[in-house]
Design a protein around this ligand. Sequence first.
Ligand code: ADP
Ligand code: MG
Length: 727
Amino acid sequence: MTKQSEMEPSFDTIFEFITMGMALISLDGQWLRLNRSLCDMLGYSETELLTTNIKALLEPAQQGHFLSAYEKLQVGTLTDYQLNMRIQHKNLAMMCVDWRMSVVRDSDYEPQAFLVQVKEISEQSEMERKLAESEQRYKSLIEHNPAGILTCDIQGRILGANPAMERILGYSKDELHLQLIHHLFQPKDPNLVQAEGMHLRNDNYMLKFQQANGEIIELGVKNVPIIVNGEWDGVYLIAKDITQFNRDRESLRIAQQDLHDTVRRQQGMTLKFRKINGNYVHTLCDGELLYRLGYKPSHILGKTLYEIWPTMLATSIEAYYHRAWNGEENVMFESTFRGITYITSLRPIMENERMIEVIGSCVNITERKQMEIELRETKELLESVINNTSDAISVLDLNARVISVNAAHEHIFGWSQEELMGRTLPIYPSYLENERKEMYEQLRLGKQISGKESVRLRKDGRLIHVSITKTPIKNEKGEIFGFAAITRDITERNQTEELLRKSDKLAVAGQLAAGLAHEIRNPLTSLRGFLQLLQHDMKDKKHYFDIMLSELDRINFIVSEFLVIAKPEAITYKKSSLETILQSVIALLDTQAVLCNVELLLEFQSEIPEITCSEMHLKQLFINLIKNAMEAISKDGQIKMIVSLHGEDLIRVRTQDNGSGIPEDRMKQLGEPFYTTKEKGTGLGLMMCFKIVEAHRGTMSIESQVGYGTTIDVYLPTDKNEPNLDT
Ligand code: ADP
Ligand code: MG
């Protein structure tokens, strides 16, 4: 033991000569002993330092800390204690020291004193300063980072949060301190629960977080591991509020979806195609029409025309695609597939003068097409009815100018549609001007005229009897914009009616004539003979005989006229000149005309060909007409005979007088046998005229106005169409 103690330096020696400051402090905190190094370190002599209070050496801020450690050592809750402390040098400079204290115990393990070791650590603190500075830099990076940063330990406990994170989460860093990260992100909504251990993920991920105010935000998160001395020490959670970004992305998605839905739900169809390796490939196709055609977008997308349609259809469509791809605007075409007809219009889309794609929009026109067909059929039907009816139909504008007339109109009136176009209808006899005006007045008031009977003028001058129905034509607003007229030619009907009526009387007259003519003529002949004999003997009574003879002649004349009626077959025809016939009639009546003070004129407006006729009967016809005219003129009148050619088929002989005229209500009776207004009339003249004209296949019309005169037109056919009329 002794030997050993001799060899080893004693505690006192070590205490005295060690370069580290050492001291013993009593349990109540008084210096017991100090070594030289400590005195030198603090600049005091041993005696000076022994009288200095330990507490007085310490920086005031550290005094409390020191005392609590001291107390813990005293009660034994702490066996040794190390502290970096700042203490004051005698020259008042502060110095940094490593202060270690441990308890010195006796053999009974009772504490006896504290052993203090003090080491100056100024160099070390300089390094710490640098460390602190770099720590500040790194802290500033975190503090001012616009991204939210949470610092966690490896268990996921939050150690810190930067201001950006405080803002994002709505909690202060003190509130967050030491919370488990997966608890923090486990809000009330169970859908928002995040898995434990999320802070260890190394991908980018999204979190939903319910802020202190209850609002839910979305965060985009990236974990960055904290590695200290090659060891994983903790995690930075770097988070960004991507709520707005997500909202924008969502509205973009909704807009895209909306566009897609619009394209899909449209009634038609929209498509796009591009040319890829020489083929037109569809890049879009949707819309209701597509489904109606029996396809789905998947049947079309990425496919060429030939992969979709039957070859014939594909080839024809390809030609149009080709034109659009070559830049032609407004390429349109019609296709029919499975009974559906649709129109496609193509629109090329260029970018920097390069063809990008072609957009096509398709419209289903099946119904429209069907309607068009029906409309056309209806129109055709209507037109065919209009053009095939025997009634004349004319459509006039508000000024009564012709818009159109049908075929029957041309046929009945003789004017072609071209001639009438834009003109007023030239079918009113001049004396019916009032009727015309009145009719249009009624129509303009919106009234309809139906079944009105009247007469109208043909192009060839002939009058025809018509039944007229006229209606105003209104537009959808009810405004009148024109008139339609349906005119039925009832001349024939009237003529037949009249003929029937007249032929009744004629038959009676005919039978009477046939039966009585000879019976009457024979006694008349003998009566005349005896009268002539007696005349010789009774010369003084001459004027009685004259009267008796003229009366007998008159009876004879009437009977002869009867005979003409009764035996029309007796007429013989031969080619004769109408001019010669008329000249001789005029010559015959001229003297009588002069006596009556009537001017008798004959006018040929064109060269008149010879016609096949009965000369004797035509003479009789014109004599009758002229005599009637002369009888209608009381004095100083004029009778004009005008002969003209109407086309190649008809000759018109007009007899015009300026006599008394015939009242309208009597017109119908003209030509009836025994209808006369004259005291000495027979009422057979006109009837014979009709008979003769009819026998020559002609027509006769009478126009008259009371007080102005009468015009009688006789139309006789030329021989052009009937060269072998001789019978
Ligand atoms: P009549 O001359 O013997 O009376 P018609 O048959 O020749 O018999 O004529 C019948 C009637 O027709 C006449 O009574 C007359 O009232 C009328 N009439 C015929 N021609 C004319 C005429 N040119 N002007 C006026 N009235 C006429
Ligand atoms: Mg007469």
